[in-house]
Design a protein around this ligand. Structure first.
Ligand SMILES: [Zn+2]
Length: 349
């Protein structure tokens, strides 16, 4: 990381500045992904996952939200850099199909606007998309559509619809058709920021159990989706400077993942891979993220730190402000968006 000097009210501040800036960021959430399953299957069966581990920056020991290991609460954290509960929380504790009128702004009755990675990206004139393989993700579209999105006060007015394109598709309860459509769309649209949600592993875990052969088959299928993303980046010169962030909303044990005190539920992977302008892998070198972030993040072992810890573990909620940093954009401005608010999660760039 380079250091630049910033003048602010007569004070000289040291601000970290990436030597690298991506024009495109793809944030992938693999629903119910257990890192042990990646380790168990290994490189031969999961070559795309291991591409992150060997060429990118990664950890198998990131954390979910403290209070919730469920889908909608944790995806809201990935988008808004907030935990779920408390004064700073985004408030989305419910995990069911939302009412048509429900948004992250009104879900607690507080009626406070909850800004997100979609707001900052869109307000700076960049394009955004959300591709989901569970229908309840309509919650986020309802939250950031033309009616519910905030007025754009940053530079030119890019409007209130913060998610340029939203698609839910899962005809066979997998993300296969969704990813195929995304790759096709991306060749034409080149969205600067994309959020992809992959349901396959969660479906197999609930339908059978976590880490059964059915779950492992789903994980191999997901590896194929990731390979399609790498192929997309490598085959389109306009996408050659793309970074992929891969996280999970929660793990899972037995047939469920609702117990937020269970290590197998709150432990998740956090992987990053970046490409050079020629489409080849950026030399991140397969570094472990806690080794890169010894001063700013705490390797939690098997523990479950809450938000009162001064030094936090790496969480799926780090993804929002990391994505913005990679796009050369500031963090989500609200004081409540505390996770990675300093954009100091170092991925070795
Ligand atoms: Zn989930």
């Amino acid at each position: 990381m380079n250091i630049k000097y910033v003048w602010l009210n007569g004070l000289v501040l040291l601000a970290p500045q990436l030597a690298f800036s991506a024009e495109h960021v793809i944030l992938v959430s693999v629903d119910g992904l257990r890192p042990e399953a990646i380790q168990q299957l290994g490189k031969e069966q999961l070559p795309a996952f291991f591409r992150f581990r060997e060429q990118g920056a990664w950890t198998d020991n990131a954390r979910t939200d403290f209070d919730y290991t469920r889908t909608l609460p944790n995806h809201a954290s990935m988008m808004t850099a907030r935990g779920v509960t408390g004064a700073n929380g985004h408030g989305q504790s419910d995990n069911d199909m939302p009412e048509l009128s429900t948004t992250l702004h009104n879900n607690t009755g507080k009626e406070a606007y909850v800004s997100s990675v979609f707001d900052v990206t869109h307000d700076h004139g960049l394009s955004t998309s959300l591709y989901a393989s569970k229908s309840k993700f309509i919650l986020y579209e309802q939250t950031y559509n033309e009616e519910s999105g905030a007025t754009d006060t940053t530079g030119a007015d890019n409007g209130t619809d913060k998610i340029d394109y939203y698609l839910f598709r899962a005809p066979d309860r997998t993300a296969n058709a969704l990813i195929t459509q995304y790759v096709e769309d991306m060749r034409k649209q080149h969205f600067n920021f994309s959020f992809l949600h992959i349901t396959d592993t969660d479906g197999a875990g609930h339908g059978d159990r976590w880490r059964t052969p059915r779950y492992m088959d789903a994980l191999i299928r997901v590896d194929g989706y990731l390979q399609k993303l790498f192929d997309l980046i490598n085959s389109d010169v306009e996408l050659s400077d793309t970074t992929i962030i891969l996280v999970a909303d929660h793990g899972g044990a037995g047939r469920s993942h609702g117990d937020e005190t269970d290590y197998e539920n709150y432990r998740i992977p956090f992987y990053v891979w970046a490409s050079n302008p020629d489409g080849t892998a950026f030399a991140l070198g397969g570094k472990e993220l806690y080794e890169l972030n010894q001063r700013t993040r705490m390797e939690p072992g098997t523990s479950r730190p809450d938000y009162n810890e001064v030094i936090q573990p790496i969480r799926n909620g780090d993804a929002a402000n990391l994505a913005l940093e990679l796009l050369g954009l500031p963090a989500i401005p609200d004081a409540s968006a505390m996770i990675n608010a300093k954009q100091d999660l170092d991925i070795g760039l």
